[in-house]
Write a protein that binds this ligand. Structure first.
Ligand SMILES: [Zn+2]
Length: 235
């Protein structure tokens, strides 16, 4: 994990023109705001606000997804999604709040989608504290306090309930399931089982132990199935 986002992410500061646009939007009645306002294509001011957001968070996150922490060094706009931590379709009022914004990879954004992240779902004012969220929050929490990433094996171990919710919400176990059908599954499994075995020995809590045991079990099941299938194909 790059050092510069080891803590929480630095918030975007809008240019004067963009700040005026945001202020005007936020002054509107909540009932006239929609998540789809974000996607209007005929407003050059909105386009500029979105450009500033993306440019800022690419640097602030040093090309690293806020949720899976995979690094993707690609400038192209399409490689990154601007992510509304409290989803804009449910909370259009928080659409431009800097602390509700970050960048995520397509996979995490797709998995997280419009899932609820607030403890109090009917919040009107922007919730600006860690305890207001069910997931470990890119701005209000320190990722490594909640999730341990075993880099070599791309495994995510929850250290807290918030970490566990984020892992489930963003589908971070896809990195475990993802290789199940590859031809080289057995080679991967060997390396990953070793990494997991070490992690299990070093587990700092019962929570981590259970998570590791579940991953081992999934991996071994997948590996055995794949191996059995290959043996059957030889007959
Ligand atoms: Zn991601």
């Amino acid at each position: 994990m790059p050092k510069d986002i080891a803590g929480s992410i630095k918030s975007v500061v809008y240019s004067e023109a963009s700040a005026r646009f945001v202020k005007a939007y936020e002054a509107k009645q909540l009932s006239s705001k929609l998540g789809s306002d974000w996607d209007k294509e005929d407003d050059p001011l909105l386009t500029e606000v979105k450009r500033e957001i993306k440019k800022h968070y690419l640097q602030a996150q040093s090309y690293t997804c806020a949720y899976c922490r995979q690094k993707i060094v690609v400038e192209h706009n399409g490689a990154w999604d601007t992510e509304h931590i409290a989803p804009k379709d449910i909370y259009p009022g928080f659409m431009f709040v800097p602390e509700n914004l970050c960048l995520s990879c397509k996979d995490c954004n797709g998995a997280k989608s419009n899932k609820h992240v607030l403890v109090n779902k009917s919040r009107r004012r922007f919730p600006n504290k860690s305890k207001d969220y069910t997931i470990c929050h890119p701005h209000f929490d320190v990722y490594s306090d909640h999730i341990r990433v075993i880099g070599e094996a791309v495994l995510y171990l929850p250290r807290t309930k918030k970490g566990q919710v984020l892992i489930e919400m963003c589908g971070l176990l896809r990195f475990v399931y993802g290789f199940a059908d590859y031809e080289i599954v057995d080679l991967n499994i060997g390396a990953k089982v070793v990494a997991l075995g070490t992690a299990l020995q070093n587990a700092q809590s019962g929570f981590e132990q259970i998570a590791i045991a579940q991953m081992l079990s999934t991996m071994l099941d997948d590996g055995l199935r794949a191996a059995a299938r290959r043996e059957l194909e030889k007959i």
